[in-house]
Design a protein around this ligand. Structure first.
Ligand code: SF4
Length: 315
């Protein structure tokens, strides 16, 4: 769930994280995966050190349906419960991801990740709206500050490497000083009939007139070893898919995953692989531009194709 309205802040002391006590809500995006577990461990550690009441931290799990590994949602709930945190599940209204792919007749890809926007970002924003209302009903005055916390890491993919560890989720309707300045730059560029520089754009983030949203990736610079060390310290249970050879949890068949990861997933979930292959056949679209699920299934069935080192995702 990457922010598309990233605005860098030159915050003093950011090495040690944002000012957690300044947020009314801290939204921890929990997937049940190792990075999410490490993120939660680190977030709770820092929140406790800053005396942030735990009832301000809300764990949210975006449920994608059967595209995810079995037991993912339950594991995410278990991780939240281990810290006594509130747990919310959000989902797209209507079909789950696999059925939606079949309905659209196309798979998402790196340049059109509608799976993320429709199934994660959108539903999480609906929860933000509900949390703002909840804060207002409890007497909160003024814009509600929300910190959206995710376990994305630079090591995971080239796209994630470019993310900022901390950013403002700016938007056209956000009245903060940075967004106002960016809006002025955009209007000026439009008046002059020139393109607005990318780094001056306001973006389409989650902030608006009612809420100020920032995004934080507390484990952005962590290595895979750092993550596993934190998971071990936390005592949180990892998903069995890791022991079966998967390097990441996410969807069992992620459209950005490497071929070896897809092959291993097809060995572990042959029925779901067959469903994707049937969609390919019906729609004439391949799972990935250069890899079809039918090829993956054939490779998975080959007993000699042992999957060992699985490279990082592409997006
Ligand atoms: S894990 Fe991959 S396929 Fe699933 S929602 Fe994320 S980007 Fe899309």
């Amino acid at each position: 769930m990457t922010s598309i309205g990233q605005i860098a802040f030159d915050l003093p002391g950011l090495d040690t994280g944002p000012d957690l006590a300044s947020y009314r809500w801290i939204l921890a995006n929990v997937s049940g995966g190792k990075d999410s577990a490490a993120m939660l461990y680190e977030l709770v550690r820092q929140a406790d050190a800053a005396d942030v009441p735990r009832d301000r931290i809300v764990c949210v799990h975006a449920d994608l349906g059967r595209a995810e590994w079995e037991g993912t949602r339950e594991l995410a709930a278990e991780h939240a419960a281990a810290y006594g945190l509130r747990f919310e599940v959000v989902a797209r209204i209507g079909l789950d991801l696999v059925d939606r792919i079949a309905e659209r007749g196309m798979f998402p890809d790196a340049s059109n990740r509608w799976c993320t926007s429709d199934f994660k970002r959108g539903p999480v924003r609906r929860l933000m709206t509900a949390l703002v209302r909840e804060a207002e009903n409890a007497g909160h005055l003024g814009r509600v500050r929300i910190l959206n916390v995710m376990g994305l890491r630079a090591d995971e993919s080239p796209a994630r490497r470019k993310l900022l560890a901390f950013s403002h989720d700016g938007a056209l309707t956000c009245p903060c000083r940075d967004c106002v300045l960016r809006r002025a730059a955009l209007e000026s560029a439009e008046r002059r009939g020139v393109p607005c520089p990318k780094d001056k754009k306001t973006g389409h983030g989650a902030s608006n007139t009612l809420r100020h949203v920032d995004t934080w990736h507390p484990v952005h610079s962590w290595s895979t070893n750092d993550v596993w060390a934190a998971v071990k310290r936390s005592g949180l249970r990892p998903h069995p898919a890791y022991a079966a050879g998967m390097p990441r949890l996410s969807c069992s068949f992620c459209v950005l995953a490497s071929r070896p990861a897809l092959v291993r997933a097809a060995q572990l979930r042959p029925e779901l692989a067959a469903e994707y292959a049937a969609i390919e056949e019906k729609t004439g679209h391949r799972f990935q531009n250069d890899v079809s699920m039918a090829e993956i299934i054939a490779e998975a069935a080959d007993a000699s194709s042992e999957v060992t080192a699985i490279p990082c995702w592409s997006g």
